[in-house]
Design a protein around this ligand. Sequence first.
Ligand code: FHN
Length: 387
Amino acid sequence: LQHGAHRIGKRTDADMAKWRGYGLGQFIHWGVYSLMGGGYNGKNYSDAGGAAEWIRSWKEVPHAVYDSLYKAFNPKSFNPKQWAAMAKQMGVKYLTFTTKHHDGFCLWPSAYTDYNITKSPYKKDIVKEVVDAYTEAGIDIYLYFFFFFWNHPDGRYDLITKEDSIAFDRFKLFTKNQLTELLQRYPQTKGLWFDGTWDKSWQKSGAFSDSLEQHLKSLIPGLIIGSRLRADEKGNRHFDANGELMGDYEQGWERKIPKTYADVHGNDWDCVMTIPENGWGYAEKWMGHWKTTNELIEMTAQCVSLGGNFVVNFGPKGDGSFRPEEIKNAKEIGDWMKINNQAIYNCEYAGWEKQDWGYYTKKRGEDKVYMIVFNVPVSGSLKIKPA
Ligand code: FHN
C-alpha cells in the first residue's frame, strides 16, 4: 500500500508517551448550535433522537434561520480562565476543543471564509482564548476539526463527475489552508482530532489525506493525529487494507468502551463520551440516561485499565456557561482524582485477570499495580489472580 499505515505499532517518542499517560481528558463542543439548545419552535430535537449539534439537519429548522445564528453569538458568560480552572480541578490533562463543527462556523478569525467569529457580535478569537487559558493551566490542547460541512459550495459527498473532482480539489485546498492556519496561529497545539471523514469523497482521497498528515506534522513536530484523518488508496479508514492502524491512536471508541484488552489490538486509543446518552452540543433537554459521577469515574478507571484515555464531553450553553449537572460532575470527579489520581495518570493495562470488584491499573515503567474497587463483594474479600 502506498497510502496505508507508515508505521507498524505504537509511537515511541516522548510526546506520545505523554499522551498515553493522560488518563482523563475533556471534550468541549461549542458553536452557534449551542444557541438553539437542541430545540426550535417549542420542540426538542432530542425527542426525535437528534444530537443538538446536528439541529441544522432537522427538517423543522429552516437553513436560513440556522445560518444566521452567528449574528446573535455573543457569549456574555464566557470566561476561558474559569473553564480552564474547572477542568484543572477536575483533573483532566488534555482538552479537545471544537474549532469548527459540521456547520462550518469557525471559532477563530479564518482568512479563508467569512463564516467566522469576527462576523459575530463577539468578534474575538475564541480558539485563542481557550488555547491560552488551558495552556496557562497546564492542560494540553488538541484542536477538533470537522472536515465536510453543509454550506461550502465545493463540498461533495461523493466524486461522480469530473466537476465533482474539480470542486472537491478546491475544497481540499481550502481544508489544507485552514488547518495550516490553525497550527500557525496556535503553535501550542499538541494534536488534531478530526471528524466528518466518512463520506465517499474522503474515502476516495487517500493520497490527499496521507500528504495532508505529513504536511501538518511538518508544521509541529510531534503532533498527534488519530485514526479519523486517513483513508488508504482502497478507501479503508482507521485500519488500512492490511489491518494496520493509520494514525497515532485509534479514534473509533465513541460513546463505547472496549470490553477486553484484545479489542484494542495493542494500539493506543481514547474513548470520547457524552454525559447524556447522545448529543455533544448544549441541549436543554438531555437524551435518555445522564451518567452519574460514579459512572464517569468507573468509565475512567475502565479505560485506563485497558490502556486508553477517557475523554468526557461538555457542551457549554450559547452564553458560555455550563449546565449545573456538568459543573457538579466536574467537581466530584476532581474530588475523586485528587485522592486517586496515582492509579490513573501514567498507568496502563496490568495484564492480570479482571475481577468483578473493579479494575487493575499498572504504573507505567514500575512494578506497581493499583486495585480500583467499585463493587465490594458480600464476602468482604477481594480475589487477586496475578498473571
Ligand atoms: O457527528 C459528530 C458529532 O456531532 C460529534 O462531534 C462526535 C464527537 O465524536 N463526532 C461525530 C459523530 O461521530
